[in-house]
Design a protein around this ligand. Structure first.
Ligand code: 4BW
Length: 148
């Protein structure tokens, strides 16, 4: 029988389970949209973090942000990919986690989002916590407790 009291996400910190920022694909505020679309297409991700030149977290950009912006009144405006930059279409209103937040807090955010950026006190991005990482942790805990 699973003992739910031992399954304690409140004791685990996000910094132990995040993907470090050096392994996270990202774009910068001033990158042309064409560059952002290339990064999203080549990595295969639907959305990636947007950083300032010094690594400060600013928000997210997704394929759908870019494609939506390209739709003009009666045609697809491909020229916008060169004319506009990431900061023109990105989403700035994004919740983040701190390094010492618990997986319990992450769980609530990851219900609605595929990943959450982890920042330090200066808002520099230190990594991301993905649904995959959290679910793997929950799975491991579940099977460990089943075999106790
Ligand atoms: O290129 C991929 N490699 C692997 N191993 N898995 C992938 C790849 N692309 C997609 N996936 C899988 C993952 O399970 O599809 C899920 C949804 O991808 P998404 O959201 O919609 O592009 C992936 O789930 P996840 O690992 O929990 O990742 C959740 C989201 O986190 C991804 C993407 O937006 C972001 N992400 C993950 N790893 C990233 C990253 N963004 C930038 N750099 C990374 N290294």
């Amino acid at each position: 029988m699973l003992n739910v009291t031992e399954f304690d996400l409140t004791q685990k910190l996000v910094n132990e389970y995040m993907i470090d920022s050096d392994k996270v694909a990202h774009v910068q505020l001033n990158n042309p949209l064409k560059h952002a679309l290339l990064v999203l297409t080549k990595t295969g991700y639907n959305a990636v973090p947007v950083l300032d030149y010094d690594g400060t977290f600013k928000g997210l950009i997704s394929k759908s942000h870019i494609i939506e912006r390209m739709f003009g009144l009666d045609q697809i405006e491909v020229d916008l990919l060169d004319e506009k930059t990431v900061k023109d279409v990105m989403d700035y209103n994004i919740k983040t986690l701190q390094l010492d937040d618990t997986l319990e807090k992450a769980l609530h955010l990851l219900i609605d989002h595929n990943f959450v950026c982890v920042v330090n006190h200066s808002n520099t991005m230190e990594g991301i916590l993905t649904r995959r990482q959290l679910l793997k942790q929950i799975r491991n805990q579940f099977y460990q407790q089943k075999t106790i």
